[in-house]
Ligand binder design. Structure first.
Ligand code: NAD
Length: 506
């Protein structure tokens, strides 16, 4: 057994260095889990301030009945600020949450290394630096690990346990076990830009911003479609206003720069302008939306009531939208089946085809055509987006609106963009996830856990991909790539292999 194998039991001392937002949250988690915790901050008085802030937070937990007063008092008895790094000598786990700067972190860990025992696990809470790089200057880099908590650490369960190039397996296992014992949801991941969540979530923001930059719909409508059709808890515009545009844009830019400007990660010009203008979101009173107290909350564009058709013709099957057929029949609308057709679609009484977006624009030629967007679950979706081609008549658009309204849906008509809103977002999320798994960033299970638990996705991207079918995702991205040949939408090799495998099995 190596020294590292003996890693922190719950009675061992945890040192937290950097006692700002994250340090305080992490310290609270370790404290409530039973550890003695020592706090150190370079700025005089900040560690003492952190003790007060943690005491206040534990007090609120007592008020809410989630912690007994005795447990609070015992926890606070285990908490102490220290004035010098040498006073961290007894720590068996040291977690750093200082400013996000490689040189500062390397310097800190070099100093810390000569103070703590050789079996002390050293962890960084960095969100954007390479764990391998931070460990670069260490004498014993094998006991160095990334422990990426999310803000607020006491509330959010996910912790990414990041193994750098030199990290020992035993150190990674101990860190994982410790965080699990703290009641968190740890996932293992390799040292890659953005780790799991910040890497795989990029398209959720970027696709929405691109759709908006093309003026296909306004932020409130795009948010509503992703929430009410895509099943996401919040839309990307309202969510980035909450996170802070500066914070979200910095993550995007850092991941993009780390990948040497790979077009799959290109940031948004519109978001950059918001940041430059100081419109950082709720905290500055204005972001994509105006957050002044009396400011009206913009409503999504929603179509007025329209008359439903009494029948539609179904050609082939609707693929990921197949559940619509049963819903249409339940609404009392006759579905006439025409099975001999390759690409599944519906036909309205005036002859206009209505189909799930396949990644191509509805306006590919002079034909009248209407696309509708992907939904997480067509039965529970309360909103559907429609994109008519240039040649679709206002009457046929009204009939398509009426059809979805007859199913109990609100309808948002958006300008025709390839892949619409939900379909292009989900296709990209699935591709990013498959690519990351193929590159051994994380296991399939940890990828889905991270995205459900870390950013509340309604379904893990891999599970979603299985349901949609890799061929559908690949073909959707190929058509998006035809429309935007920058490389951004080129399907990954992992997706291509998966789709080929699916074809072989048919
Ligand atoms: N805020 C978040 O949402 C979030 C989420 C995950 C990870 N992180 C990462 O956590 C780390 C801390 O972020 P934060 O938001 O808590 O920052 P913060 O600014 O709130 O706190 C940083 C603290 O570190 C102290 N500090 C700076 N240099 C130091 C040094 N050399 N030695 C000791 N203390 C020092 C500062 O005085 C300050 O109190 C960063 O690496 C950040 O990327 C932040």
């Amino acid at each position: 057994m190596t020294a590292i194998d003996r890693g922190p039991a719950h009675t061992s001392t945890v040192a937290v260095i950097g006692t700002g937002t994250m340090g305080q949250g992490i310290a609270q988690v370790a404290l409530v889990a039973g550890h003695p915790v020592r706090l150190y901050d370079a700025a005089p008085g900040r560690a003492d301030h952190a003790v007060g802030a943690i005491a206040a937070r534990l007090g609120r937990l007592v008020d809410k009945g989630r912690l007994t007063a005795a447990d609070r008092d015992a926890a606070l008895g285990r908490l102490a600020p220290v004035a010098a790094i040498e006073e961290l000598a007894g720590a068996e786990l040291a977690i750093e949450a200082i400013l996000e700067e490689l040189g500062a972190k390397q310097e800190l860990f070099t100093a810390l290394e000569s103070v703590v025992p050789d079996h002390c696990l050293l962890a960084t809470n960095t969100s954007s630096l390479s764990v391998t790089a931070v460990a670069g200057a260490l004498r014993l880099p094998d006991r160095f690990i990334g422990l990426h908590f999310f803000n607020p650490a006491p509330l959010l369960p996910l912790v990414e346990v990041v193994r750098g190039a030199a990290t020992d397996q035993a150190a990674a296992d101990r860190a994982y076990a410790t965080v699990a014992a703290w009641g968190k949801t740890p996932v293992r991941c390799a040292d890659t830009p953005g780790f799991i969540v910040n890497r795989l979530a990029r398209p959720f923001y970027a696709e929405a911003f691109r759709v908006h930059e093309e003026r296909a719909a306004d932020p409130a409508t795009i948010d509503a479609v992703l929430r009410e059709s895509g099943g996401f808890r919040m839309g990307p515009f309202e969510l980035t206003d909450l996170i802070g545009q500066d914070v979200n844009e910095a993550v995007t830019r850092s991941v993009w720069e780390s990948f040497f400007h790979d077009p799959k990660f290109t940031p948004s010009l519109a978001q950059r302008q918001l940041v430059d203008a100081g419109r950082h979101g709720r905290k500055s009173g204005h972001g994509w939306f105006d957050h002044a107290e009396d400011a009206p909350r913009p409503a999504p564009h929603t179509a007025e009531p329209c008359e439903a058709p009494d029948k539609v013709v179904l050609h082939g099957d609707l693929g990921p939208a197949a559940a619509l057929v049963g819903l249409i029949e339940e609404a009392g609308i006759t579905v006439v089946r025409e099975p001999r057709s390759a690409a599944g679609h519906l036909v309205l009484p005036d002859g206009t085809p209505l189909s799930l977006t396949d990644g191509s624009p509805a306006t590919a030629d002079r034909a009248a055509r209407i696309h509708f967007d992907l939904a997480l679950d067509y039965r529970s979706a309360s909103r559907i987006a429609l994109a008519p081609s240039g040649a679709a008549s206002p009457e046929s658009v009204r009939t398509a609106i009426g059809l979805f309204q007859a199913l109990g849906k609100q309808v948002s008509v958006v300008r025709d963009v390839p892949g619409m809103i939900v379909a292009r977002t989900v296709a990209m999320l699935v591709d990013f996830a498959l690519d990351a798994v193929a590159r051994e960033v994380a296991s399939p299970q940890d990828v889905d856990t991270a995205m459900r638990s870390g950013v509340n996705y309604p379904r893990g991207p891999l599970e979603w991909g299985e349901e949609l079918g890799a061929r559908w995702v690949r073909d959707t991205l190929r058509r998006l790539h035809d429309s935007y040949p920058t490389g951004r939408y080129a399907p990954s090799q992992a997706l291509i292999r998966r789709a080929a495998l699916q074809e072989e099995l048919l």
